[in-house]
Design a protein around this ligand. Structure first.
Ligand code: C2O
Ligand code: CU
Length: 489
């Protein structure tokens, strides 16, 4: 009888010893120096393909730059600074801004333009950078502190140059302490207009949705913004979600088409009636319709932020009731040919298994997001070579939603939960993956560099959900860490 407590306490001691050993090992394992190359810690993964050749490219990210010569078609200086920004309700937000406004200035360029933007940091103490979210720029222009450049410190400047080749709705934001700086206002819209001009009198509006403590805004308005729009006007609403979690948006008063997702026009969009849109973090949807003789309203669910389009003279008309089911891009629109499907031959196939794991992240204990069982910076480095057709299988069993964003590339969604995706090809740069969902996506490796692949719930990225896609032979002279003041997330 008296031996039971003895066995119990021996077991307890053993468990404690094992725990202490694990803690010590994890601490040792997770310790990072003051500055480090994330590439030195990552777990290289070749996706079942051959080891990549490191001399095929043998270039640094600095050499993978935009056109160095040539007069820019679009040239602008953007100054990052702190400012008190007044919302439409009179509420003031002490924000971090581009050019003193929130969102930052809307950049509108034309397809083919050589874009040159110089970023100046006036007083953002943590430093700042600009990442062109969704624009597949050359690697050196990608704006990731500690990977493609150093953060721009107070008093410094940095110039980005790239050719605007894609058409569509994009956005830009700081990629230095991004979880903090984007939330506080360092973001703006970037629209690349097609070469052929929009029909005369068309209305082309961006609706950038963001949440500040206590207020959700569209643009800088936390209330209803009203506009008079003539019946028959072609309207394009460019929805951008700059928050770290999904936003519900409802467009009532007219059927509409989802004309584009993440800056890629859908081949044959079909009419949608009242279905609410779930816009994942970082995602963009362009909604198109012809103005009816009655009001049309765009609302952000659970907030006061709205856009109301009113015809000059009203002819009755009730807003179309909201239908229950949420819009689903899988299967939307008419079928169109795809360059590849889930059963195509892929040069490399990678697993991206998102879970939760106990461990240490940068010396801090806790339960963190893991990929393939590993915590950042030990997360996978997906190795590719130029020309590879690459498949990613993203499995999420973490209990949370993760909007997964790949820099420098767009990927085609192939299947969800084992079922092939049909309809208009669904290309994204940021895919909202809910818990217990599995997606297969594919992309063609055509943009050499070292690219972040991370969750766009930015606190998640900061807390471990950060990986990289790396082309063989590409190196970076930049380092992350406290000693060099580079913290991409
Ligand atoms: Cu919108 Cu890595 O970023
Ligand atoms: Cu996440």
């Amino acid at each position: 009888m008296s031996r039971l407590p003895a066995i119990g306490s021996t077991l307890l001691v053993l468990v404690l010893l094992a725990g202490a050993g694990w803690l010590a090992w994890s601490w040792y394992d997770s310790r990072l120096p003051g500055s480090y190359n994330p590439m030195d810690y990552a777990t290289p993964d070749y996706g079942g393909g051959p080891q990549v050749s490191h001399d095929a490219i043998a270039q640094t990210v600095d050499e993978l730059d935009g056109p160095a010569a040539g007069k820019p078609d679009f040239k602008k200086t953007i100054t990052a600074r702190q400012a008190d920004v007044r919302l439409s309700s009179g509420e003031t937000v002490h924000a971090l801004t581009f050019d003193g406004q929130v969102p930052g200035p809307e950049l509108r360029v034309r397809q083919g333009d050589l874009v040159e933007v110089t970023l100046v940091n006036e007083d953002i103490e943590d430093g700042v950078s600009i990442h062109w979210h969704g624009v597949d720029v050359p690697n050196r222009e990608d704006g990731v502190a500690g990977l493609t450049q150093n953060a721009v410190q107070v008093g410094e400047r940095y110039t980005y140059r790239f050719r605007a080749e894609q058409v569509g709705t994009f956005w830009y934001h700081s990629h230095q302490t991004a979880a903090d700086e984007v939330r506080r206002g360092l973001y703006g819209a970037l629209v690349i207009e097609p070469q052929e001009h929009a029909p005369k009198g068309a209305l082309d509006l961006t609706a950038v949705v963001h949440s500040f403590p206590g207020a959700t805004v569209i643009g800088s308005s936390d209330g209803t913004q009203q506009r008079i729009v003539r019946r028959g006007t072609p309207v394009r609403l460019r929805l951008v979600n700059t928050d770290s979690s999904a936003q519900g948006l409802v467009l009532t008063g007219t059927p509409f088409r989802v004309a584009a997702i993440d800056g890629t026009d859908l081949a044959h969009p079909t009419p949608v009636r009242g279905e609410p849109i779930q816009l994942g973090a970082g995602a963009r949807y362009d909604l198109a319709f012809t103005m009816p003789p009655s009001p049309v309203k765009l609302e952000v669910t659970g907030s006061k932020a709205a856009i109301l389009l009113d015809p000059p003279t009203q002819v009755g008309g009730q807003p179309l009731a909201e239908s229950g089911s949420t819009f689903d891009p899988a299967g939307y629109g008419l079928n169109a040919p795809r360059p590849f499907t889930a059963s195509s031959h892929f040069d490399r196939s990678f697993e991206v298994d998102i879970g939760k794991k106990l461990g240490f992240l940068d010396g801090k204990p806790g339960s963190h997001w893991s990929v393939n069982g590993k915590l950042y910076p030990h997360t996978p480095m997906y190795m590719v070579e130029v020309g590879d057709l690459v498949k990613l299988t993203i499995r999420n069993d973490s209990g949370a939603t993760h909007p997964m964003h790949l820099h420098g590339h767009h990927f085609l969604v192939l299947s969800r939960d084992g079922e092939g995706v049909t309809g208009s090809p669904w290309w994204v740069d940021t895919l909202n993956v809910r818990s217990h969902e599995t997606y297969e996506v594919g992309f063609k490796a055509t943009n050499p560099g070292i690219w972040m692949f991370h969750c766009h719930n930015l606190p998640h990225a900061r807390d471990g959900l950060t990986m990289h896609v790396m082309y063989g032979g590409v190196t970076t002279p930049y380092r992350a860490g406290d000693a060099v003041h580079n913290h991409p997330e």
